[in-house]
Design a binder for this molecule. Structure first.
Ligand code: SAM
Length: 335
């Protein structure tokens, strides 16, 4: 027998919303109904004017529901089910979901449902609306599962470990990392500016056994993880990380690079002159930039007229909003 809240059918939707919001819905059992009433399984009695409590035989839900939507149908008021985005990012074993403000009071119920759908998910966290600050970090709020924001992640046969609340990481750039890795030839010397936990440099170096990579990154936590990741992938002899500001560190460098990758898409152009201090004729630069589609040609014209470069390829490397893209400008230095 299971404790149920018995409500008249006309109060059914209000009662369900109320008991889910107050966290009394017992998601293990299927609600039941007869001609005039609905019987909602509850975890304990609580104060309500919408119905009365009694015990009733209810059947259990199957232990592995077929889909996330099916789960949401059980725990959310029906009219809200389609407001929840059913896609989420999975970074290692951390699932990151977006929850609109209208569903805030259901965020834990939604997260617990997601946790049940995939045994690989150990933590469910809420994505903040913005990535912010000079380290470009998003502060995740853990909603369900283990209380941690560190994870292990695999990409292109490389291993990474990092803390999502202390470092920037986006697996949406994985195609770009591979695209650039495929462009590298032989024993190139590569500089990665704004290198984070070093995913670009590690993936390139792993694919090219004679390539050498130098990473520069400001966030001390990201540099600590970058060094750890370089070790995890046994690349200590060819991939190096400097902690510091590119504006200060680049002028100290004695060498010239064959390729430079610039991963600060909101501000990269402010650092193009710094990058050009360590280039030679023919150096390739891959510079990310976030632009409205209507502005990209103007942006390209401006940087070409201000710097000794030629843009050889413009790649849409992910959407960023309505008619807004993360572009990668593949450029060549002409001295
Ligand atoms: C968008 S993230 C890219 C991280 C990494 N390349 C990746 O793809 O995962 C930009 C990074 O630049 C770093 N950063 C910002 N300003 C910097 C500066 N002046 N010098 C060096 N690093 C900087 C931030 O801490 C952040 O980790």
């Amino acid at each position: 027998m299971t404790l149920v809240l018995k409500v008249s059918k006309k109060n059914g939707e209000d009662a369900k919303t109320d008991l889910i919001a107050k966290n009394y819905f017992n998601g293990l059992y299927k609600p039941d109904s007869d001609k005039n009433h609905i019987y909602f399984p509850v975890t304990s009695e609580f104060k309500t004017k919408l119905g009365t409590f009694e015990n009733r035989n209810l059947s259990k839900f199957k232990s592995k529901p077929a889909s996330l939507r099916e789960l949401f149908m059980k725990v959310l008021p029906i009219k809200l089910v389609d407001d929840v985005r059913r896609s989420y990012d999975l970074i290692g074993d951390i699932a990151i979901i977006e929850i609109p403000d209208s569903l805030k009071k259901y965020e834990k119920v939604i997260a617990n449902s997601l946790l049940k759908t995939n045994s690989k998910i150990k933590v469910v966290a809420k994505k903040p609306s913005k990535i912010d600050g000079k380290y470009r970090i998003r502060k995740l709020k853990i909603l369900a599962g283990e209380k941690r924001t560190t994870t292990k992640y695999k990409e292109s046969d490389c291993l990474f470990e990092f803390d999502l609340n202390k470092t920037y990481f986006s697996q949406r750039l994985s195609n770009e990392r591979l695209r650039l890795a495929n462009k590298v030839k032989g024993s190139e010397k590569i500089l990665v500016m704004f290198s984070g936990i070093a995913p670009f440099g590690i993936i390139i170096a792993k694919k090219h056994p004679f390539a050498k990579v130098l990473n520069i990154e400001l966030n001390p936590n990201a540099v600590t993880y970058a060094k750890k990741n370089i070790e995890l992938n046994h690349l200590e002899s060819r991939v190096f990380s400097i902690k510091g500001d590119v504006k200060i560190e680049i002028p100290k460098l004695k060498e010239k690079f064959d390729r430079i990758i610039m991963v600060l898409p909101h501000d990269n152009e402010k650092f193009l002159s710094d990058a050009l201090k360590v280039t030679k004729n023919g150096t390739k630069i891959h510079m990310y930039t976030i632009q409205e589609e209507s502005n990209i040609n103007k942006f390209k014209k401006e940087i070409c007229s201000n710097h000794p470069i030629r843009i050889v390829n413009t790649v849409k490397a992910g959407d960023y909003g309505p008619k807004m893209w993360r572009y990668c400008l593949d450029m060549k230095v002409i001295e």
